[in-house]
Design a protein around this ligand. Structure first.
Ligand SMILES: Cc1ncc(COP(=O)(O)O)c(C=O)c1O
Length: 394
């Protein structure tokens, strides 16, 4: 049978990246004792007050159709939240609701690019981005995020790759998998480029409330001089430990939302009213769940750095935000993928190979900071004894 070309474009961009995660899950199900530091699930359940809000809303019959933009109470709550953060009015017409950042990103990119267009995006990158761009037919142009620049995107690296086909600069701040947070100067310089070359900026800010004590988050939406070309995507998945609710949104110019509305109506027709009620409550105050996670994740990142630097040649890149830390494994002489497989089978720890997040992380692995303190400390000990075995040539 014949299939559309999109299936070929996406064929190699799917599940292979999660091979070690699936392998470790299977090994544990078969009775092994692997500490899993692979995917980034919040380390707490969804807060009770949100579960109660969703349940009450369900029992009040909030299970009928929404509108294509989403429920008005959620649009208003998001408008209030972004107006407060941006210190200027952001109205409900500038927002569309979706089931999660992922769907939002898909609709936003479908609304902005197509075959023949180029999208500038940092490498390393979150695992699904390439697929989103490929699904539109546009071309992904990787912009190196350099360890020597703490993995922050540089305007000079961006500008060197701008052509007359470039349409969008895609940002992810705070960044998965590097934990980098763009500074105000970085964002300003990127925004000036966007103005100069008439480009959109799409900013994935799903970790905006997940910033460690040493950093400050800055959104391109804060800059009035280029806000008219900025679309932010985000959700409550990370900040409220609620990825299963699938509740996200985009914020951009009212004209952009009006243009993309028919696309969202074609895809899904808004999000679910009982989830919208719960999300409206979630976004109306800073997240205590996020604040707690940040304390624990920062503590674990520092423990990882202290232990691995003190007792092995593995090099930790201290994150400034998010749920992950990167480790440079070049000292082992292995690629990140070979190291991750070797560690799984000989050290009983599962980590993600950096290559799942772009070619530039060939010699790195990604560690999730979301495992409880005790197994996390145990994983550090296991990684150190595994590194010693490797050094001794076992
Ligand atoms: C950078 C980034 N964007 C988007 C997502 C997906 O978010 P959501 O659950 O809101 O679709 C993730 C999930 O890990 C992520 O790390």
């Amino acid at each position: 049978m014949k299939y559309a070309s999109v299936t070929d474009r996406l064929a190699t961009l799917g599940g292979d990246k999660w091979e070690i995660y699936s392998l470790a899950r299977q090994m544990n199900a078969d009775g092994a004792d692997i500490v899993e530091l692979t995917i980034g699930e919040p380390d707490i359940p969804t807060p009770d007050f949100l579960l109660q809000a969703a349940t009450e809303s369900l029992s009040q019959g909030r299970t009928l159709y929404s509108s294509g933009r989403g429920e008005q109470n959620l649009l208003d709550a998001l408008a209030a939240r972004y107006s407060k953060r941006m210190q200027r009015p952001i109205n409900a017409k500038q927002i569309l609701c979706f089931p999660g950042t992922q769907t939002s990103l898909y609709a936003v990119m479908r609304g902005l690019v197509e075959a023949g267009d180029e999208v500038l995006l940092g490498d390393p990158l979150y695992a699904t981005y390439e697929g989103v761009i490929a699904s539109t037919g546009a071309t992904f142009i990787p912009v190196p995020l350099r360890p020597e620049n703490d993995f922050r995107m540089s305007a000079a690296d961006l500008e060197a790759r701008i052509t007359d086909k470039t349409r969008v600069i895609m940002l992810n701040t705070p960044h998965n998998p590097t934990g980098a947070v763009l500074t105000a100067e970085d964002v300003q310089a990127i925004g000036e480029l966007a103005i100069k070359h008439n480009l959109w900026i799409v900013s994935d800010e799903v970790y905006d409330e997940m910033v460690f004590s040493t950093s400050t988050f800055v959104s391109p939406l804060q800059f009035e001089q280029f806000a008219e070309r900025v679309v932010v995507v985000s959700s409550i998945s990370k900040s409220h430990a609620a990825p299963g609710f699938r509740s996200g949104w985009c914020v951009g110019p009212a004209e952009f939302c009006a243009k993309v509305l028919p696309l969202t109506e074609t895809m899904l027709f808004g999000n679910q009213p009982f989830i919208a009620d719960m999300t409206a409550l979630a976004v109306s105050a800073p997240s205590e769940a996020a604040a707690g996670m940040m304390i624990r994740f920062e503590r674990r990142a520092r423990l990882l750095e202290r232990r691995l630097h003190g007792e092995s040649e593995l090099k930790v890149q201290l994150p400034e935000a998010g749920m992950f830390a990167l480790v440079d494994v070049s000292a082992t002489g292995m690629s990140g993928y070979d190291y991750a497989i070797h560690l799984l089978h000989n050290g009983d720890v599962a980590v993600m190979p950096g290559s799942s997040f772009g070619n530039s992380l060939h010699n790195w692995v990604r560690i999730a900071l979301t495992t409880d303190d005790e197994p996390f400390a145990e994983a550090c000990t296991r990684m150190i004894s595994h590194a010693k075995q490797l050094n001794a040539g076992y």
